[in-house]
Each structure stands twice: as C-alpha cells, then as structure tokens.
Design a protein around this ligand. Structure first.
Ligand code: BGP
Length: 466
C-alpha cells in the first residue's frame, strides 16, 4: 500500500447533520419532500452538526486519515440571489479545521443531493439555470475552504439521484418521465464540468473528481444478444457519467438511440465544448454491487425498488434494452435485495482503469443491515467479512496495476438512509437513536483500525479466477 493511501469513511450532509433549520439554513428539496409526505426524515439524523468534534475524534482514534463528507448547499447559500450564509461557512470551516487538527484529510463533496428548495421550485435540474447557480455555489466553496481542502468532488452519484428522482420516482421530485431524466442527467454533467472549470480558475491547490454509483456490468453468457444488452446496461448505469466526466464525451451510441425517441435540442454546442474541456482529475467509485443483466424479453419499462428491507425483490426492465437480474439463486443478498459480490469490484476496477487511466478512490463501500445497538458492542462480523472481501478485491486490482488511492467505508457512523430510515445501518460506529444519539464503536470499527494500522496486511487475501 502506498504511504499516502487514504483510509477513511464517509457521510453526507442531509443524512447525518440534522439541524435542518438552524443557523439560517434554508429548506432543501429533501426536507420539503419528506415533510410533505410524512416520511421518516433527517431533521435530527445523527446530529453531526452538534457532535462533529466527537465524531471526528473517534475517526482519528480509529486511525482513519481521511473523512469524506458533503457540504449542504442550503446551509451555505440562502436564496436565488446567492446570498452567502456566513454561519454555514463558519460551521464547515470549523469542521474542516477539526479534521486537520486530527491529521484527517477532508475529502469534500459539493453536492450530495440536498438541492435548495428555492431552486427546486424553479424547476431544479430540469432548468439550466440550476447549473449556473451550482457554478456560483462552487466558487463560493472554493473561495471559502480552498486553502484547507485538497480533494474536491463535484457531484455524488449523478446517475443514482437523477434516475431515482426523474425516472423511478422514489426520490424527490418523485417524477417518472424519461425525457426529464435525460434532461436532468445532462444538466448535472454540464454543471459538473462548470464546477471543474471554476476549480481550475480559482487557482486552488488540489484535485477535483466526480463520484459515481458504480455498477459494473456482467452478463449471463457471452452471446451477441447478451453483449448488446450489456452495452445498453453499461450506457444506462455507468458510461454517461464516467465517459462524460473522464473523457469529455457523452457515449455517442447512447445519444443516437435516445435521439430517435426523445428531444435532445436542449443540448447546446458551447455546453458540449465546456464538458469536453473540463474533465476530472480522478474518479470516485461507490461500490455496493454489480449489475447482472440478461437480454430484454418482454414487458414495459419498469422499476421496483425495495426501500423496506422486508423481503420483496428489486426489479429493473428497460424495454428493448436489457433486464437486470436480482434473484440469482447462487448469490447472497442483503435484506434490501443488494447482492454481495466483491468480485464485481475487482473486475470493474480493472475495466475502469483500462478505459480511463485515471486515479481511483473507492468513495463508498458498506453493508446496510438492521442491528440491535442496545448492547455494549455490536458484533458485526458480517460487516467485517464484507469489508475484508472488498478490500481484498481492491488489493487484487492494485496488484495488477490499478491506481487506487483510497478507500472510504460507508458510513462513519449510523445515519439516515434515503427512504429506508435510520434502521438501515451502515456505520462503523453505532448511534442509538432511542438513547440520546449515543455513539458506540462497533466491532468493525476496531477491526478497521487494526487493518489501517497494518497498512492492509491484516486483510485475508484470496484470488478469484473470473
Ligand atoms: C449511495 C449514497 C449514499 C448512501 C448509500 C447507501 O448511493 O451515495 O448516500 O445512502 O448509497 O444507500 P442506501 O442508504 O439507499 O441504502
């Protein structure tokens, strides 16, 4: 392992901060959506806003040397006019300083889904003006924190939040409209390029990347039909984010297919030029599982997402393109229907590196389960085994030359899981939501500390013949 390898863990502002209306923070689209629909929300979450010092100290005691977190746009910019909330700036400067005092590198995401509601009311990501508002917000952040931060991320998971918000409809704004999905997805990639451009213009030190919900594609067999289905699936799940951010080119075959049915006239040549000229320095990959596909057989385009964790599988069919398999009898799934498949990370990392030749960080990796946190110690051996096997996958890929520069466990401590609530736990540290939000390190926290201490030597290694 390289000496400067980042061993960290990750959170996101809405999921952990709480303090949803304190110190002049304005409403985000998630505040409005969850309040209006009377759903479990992040009003308090893990109360990181008030307890970040304790949380960061705990990370340092666990030998972690990097913290990936996101800035809350509605905590920093109060209105459409761009008025800066100095209290928001002060909060994040203090949080970043606390990291640095503990020798923890801040790895900062500008956007992890909490769009200010005042922008959502103007059309959100369907409105190109949101891209320019994002650019102004990014400039404020580079100016306010650029002296302290070396690693920036423009967006967390463009694919996941645009597909969930505009296609599947289970995230705000809760629409199911392919044309809107295409429009929002494009605007986010354009905004990301504007963010990269603003970063370069700021003259700040450091690097900037994008974080992708990485679902490397595997097929059921090697037939031509399956390989075509795999290409459709790869374009849908990965390429439009990774190709666009890393090479500056939106996959051309995807644009050809979409142009037959949808209106792409909102795409402007000067915007494409900006995308081309402002590619990222690194790729952040969030890995939870792979995308196993078979050729399309029948039925309308449909999506089912298990947000309950109480049985009931996920399903995804894109008419004419592909079907995703979620019920492989030989595979192991979590209660939320996520397949545990570390081999996919190994293979996917090699593919990504071969394609883009950029440094990679694994910016999220973890397992969501129900846990009884009333005991003194949560004995989460399943999480240890999950992390071991995924770190093994990363180390195998590194052995074959892939330039992986860091690993972030999701999540630093238990927090609010989008639409699933706080009982879908990912944390290395337990948060007792019924008892004053008390923090208690789990067994995996101790294990991870020892792994970091050993520079990865403690990982049980095995090779796969794929
Ligand atoms: C990623 C998100 C995170 C986190 C994680 C787990 O997609 O970037 O914010 O939530 O997935 O997903 P979930 O909470 O839906 O189980």
């Amino acid at each position: 392992m390289r000496e400067d390898f980042l061993w960290g863990s990750a959170t996101a502002s809405y999921q952990c901060e709480g303090a949803w209306n304190e110190d002049d923070k304005v409403e985000s689209m998630w505040d409005r959506y969850l309040h209006d629909n009377h759903l479990e929300n992040g009003d308090v979450a893990s109360d990181h806003y008030h307890r970040y010092r304790e949380d960061i100290k705990m990370m340092a005691e666990g030998k972690q040397n990097a913290y990936r977190f996101s800035l809350s746009w509605p905590r920093i910019i109060k209105d459409k006019e761009g008025t800066v909330n100095e209290k928001g700036i002060a909060f994040y400067r203090e949080l970043i300083r606390t990291c640095l005092d503990h020798k923890i590198a801040p790895f900062v995401t500008l956007y992890h889904w909490d769009l200010p509601q005042y922008l959502e009311e103007e059309g959100g990501w369907l409105n190109v003006e949101t891209c320019y508002a994002y650019e102004r917000y990014a400039k404020v952040c580079f100016e306010a924190f650029g002296d302290l931060v070396d690693h920036w991320v423009t967006f967390n998971e463009p694919k996941w939040f645009t597909a969930s918000g505009y296609l599947i409809g289970n995230y705000p704004p809760g629409h199911q409209n392919v044309q809107e999905f295409i429009t929002a997805a494009y605007h986010v990639m354009y905004a990301s390029a504007l963010g990269v451009r603003a970063f370069r213009a700021s003259g700040r030190k450091g690097t900037i990347g994008i974080v992708h919900s990485f679902g490397p594609v595997n097929g059921v067999d090697d037939s031509l039909k399956t390989r075509i289905a795999m290409r459709y699936a790869d374009n849908y799940a990965n390429n439009w984010v990774l190709d666009t951010a890393a090479t500056g080119e939106i996959p051309f075959d995807l644009l050809c297919v979409l142009s037959q049915k949808y209106d792409l006239s909102f795409i402007r040549e000067d915007q494409l030029e900006t995308i081309r000229e402002n590619t990222v320095d690194f790729l952040g990959l969030n890995y939870y599982s792979h995308t196993l596909v078979k050729p399309y057989t029948e039925g309308e385009t449909s999506f089912v997402v298990n947000n309950t964790g109480k049985g009931g599988s996920n399903s995804l069919i894109i008419k004419g393109w592909f079907e995703q398999i979620f019920d492989n009898p030989d595979a192991i799934y979590t209660e939320w229907g996520t397949q545990i498949y570390p081999q996919g990370l190994y293979k996917g990392l090699k593919e990504v590196y071969e394609k883009y030749h950029l440094p990679v960080y694994i910016t999220e990796n973890g397992i969501g389960v129900r846990e009884d946190v009333s005991a003194e110690k949560v004995e989460d051996d399943y999480r240890i085994s999950f992390m071991n096997d995924h770190l093994n996958a990363i180390m195998n890929a590194m052995d074959e030359g892939v330039d992986v520069r860091g690993y972030f466990a999701w999540s630093t401590f238990d927090l609010y899981s989008w639409k699933n609530g706080v009982e879908k736990r990912y944390g290395l540290v337990a948060v007792d939501f019924d008892d004053d939000l008390k923090r208690k390190p789990k067994k995996s926290y101790d294990w991870y500390r020892d792994v970091i201490d050993s520079k990865g030597e403690k990982i049980r290694r095995k090779k796969w013949d794929l």
